[in-house]
Design a protein around this ligand. Sequence first.
Ligand code: GDP
Ligand code: MG
Length: 681
Amino acid sequence: MVVETNKFERRISLYGDWRMSLVESLSEYRDLLIENNLIDGRSRTRISQLLDSIQDDHLYVAFVAEFSRGKSELINATFFSDLGRRVLPSSAGRTTMCPTELRYDDDVEPRIMLLPTETRQTENSMSDYKSRPEEWKILPLNLDSPDAVAESLKRVTDILRVTKERASELGFLIAREPTDDDGLQVGEDGLVEVPKWRHATINYPHPLLKQGLVIQDTPGLNALGAEPELTLGMLRSAHAIVFVLAADTGVTKSDMSVWRNHVCAGEDSSCNNKLVVLNKVDVLWDDMRHRSEIDEQVRSQLDITARTLDVPTRNLFALSAQKALLGRTRADGHLVQLSGIGAFESALASMLIPAKQDIVRNRISDGVQDIIALNRSILTRREKDAAAHIKEIDALSARNVDVIKETLNKLKLEKEQLDVNMRRFQASRAVFAKHTNQLYEHINPSRIEQLIARSKRDMAVSLTTLGMRQHMNIFLTDVTGIMEDAAVEIKQLYDLMASAYGRFQAEHGVTKIEPRKFSSQRFRREIDSLNIRHDFFMRGVSLVMTEQNTLVKRYYDTVMSKVRDVFERAGRDVDDWIRSVMSPLETEIREHQSQLRRRLESMKRISRTGDSLEERMEEMRFTLDEVIGQRDELEQNISKLQKCLEKSADQSHPVRRAVARQRSNRNADNIVPLNRPSHRS
Ligand SMILES: Nc1nc2c(ncn2[C@@H]2O[C@H](COP(=O)(O)OP(=O)(O)O)[C@@H](O)[C@H]2O)c(=O)[nH]1
Ligand SMILES: [Mg+2]
């Protein structure tokens, strides 16, 4: 029997190889630039940052569904079957009580970290707690024994029994009727079971996690509702979301609620980073029936699901996680094949990896393109300069005093003109600084803080959901306005720079390079999507809720902290842009100035001392050859880097293409192809 290899693992490992080769060619390129004195400090820092970002690049996959659909079992089967046992606890009823993240960070020991539920009463979000390990309970994992690991991971099922009031205080919805499935049920003793932990992070050195894969397992509707950060943060940033249904329950009301309000949350349901799994198809297996009959039944259930959720059937997979895990632990290839997990894993890998690869590729292309343009242009200048000087020396061979004078004058004139323009350029810096200040004023963190504070005050006195919703709308509109003002300022700054670049190009033959573009679009899109989600969330909250309600309060805190986060990142990016937008032109001008100075010096020496012309000529020819050699070596390096950044020929899978398209739209403002040199003489 052929034991199938896990397709997911293979694809991830190929992706890891690709990242390594990208790191290698980018480092080689940087070393060459340093060696040939073609890089300034700013570009050097940028390349280091890009290298770091490739190395700690993460792939996020979130498993979302109502409880008991088999999420944990599916994670066990897909990622952990090589341990020969069930690692994440999976059993009937509510098992995974808290959102659980599986990842690997080699700076810390293998361990499970648990954030107590009581922290829900504070204003801090889960991500705030990430930087405060002292608030978490930490248990080391004993890797020598899979049983011991599984035992430690059982902590994610811990519960507390508390009164209804206490549960509400902690932000959990309580079911009003015993038949309600969107709230926690009150037991006969009047107590409610709530998860003991708010969040669990498992640091585990699994090969896939070591490659940067991060798996998020969520417990169900109740936890999603109680922790808005999951929907607003985790699910939004996941590279793939796997939504799980069970064949024995079909699509229930609460499944629909998870799907609409959390997985899609206002986005198009055909969004291509979502896979839907119809799990537990083994419940339909029946030895008394013919295989084709069972297949037909599965197909018809898939059709119904596709229609109900409005997703394309190619994103839907029927499988049995349980049989897949069993088959893999027993090395029973037939059972694994029967389980149907293979097609799901292929689709997941196809969805996840090319989409992620596109993001990395775009980030790197965007990051290095102006560095490449600049060093190409400097080399072209060095080459032109050496050739021009060779001509000048050649013209002197007659030792004609007039010619020497004329050449000297020409060079002097050009140098003077350059100095004048340089002064003009320095003066235009003042205008640039004015716009820069205005831009900083727009995105000033204290301005956002003021808006947040005002909004919180307004909400605190608002007694109805409707009122709060209006205040939230005002807040988000104001924030959008700030983004728009910033975009206008950025455009003006860019135009200013582009005209300064253009002037130098026209008057001094500086190679055509353009200032680096900056687009605030991606930040704007993040704010827009908060707007969409806000509408969605409020539609789901039908009760009259006041600011006192922990859930709504936490929801708004989350939105505000997202806004704060968007502006912080935008501020950092703007900062980096402003610092770097001038430097290519400055470097280019400095290079030009020093070449003119050298040529003037050389001409003066020749005219004064009658330096041997042959010697100078020899020297210049050597310099020219050297520059050409450098350029060829550099071009080879750039081609290697570009090859690495090219899309691989096999991105033709329909899901993959669609995801790549969607992702690249999302990153459209980052995509800039690496241009060929604009001219070479
Ligand atoms: N028959 C069958 N049961 C499954 C399958 N996958 C999971 N289960 C069972 O469904 C229950 C809930 O599974 P679990 O993974 O804990 O679900 P979760 O709450 O979504 O994480 C457990 O009793 C599992 O054994 C499956 O493919 N077939
Ligand atoms: Mg679970």
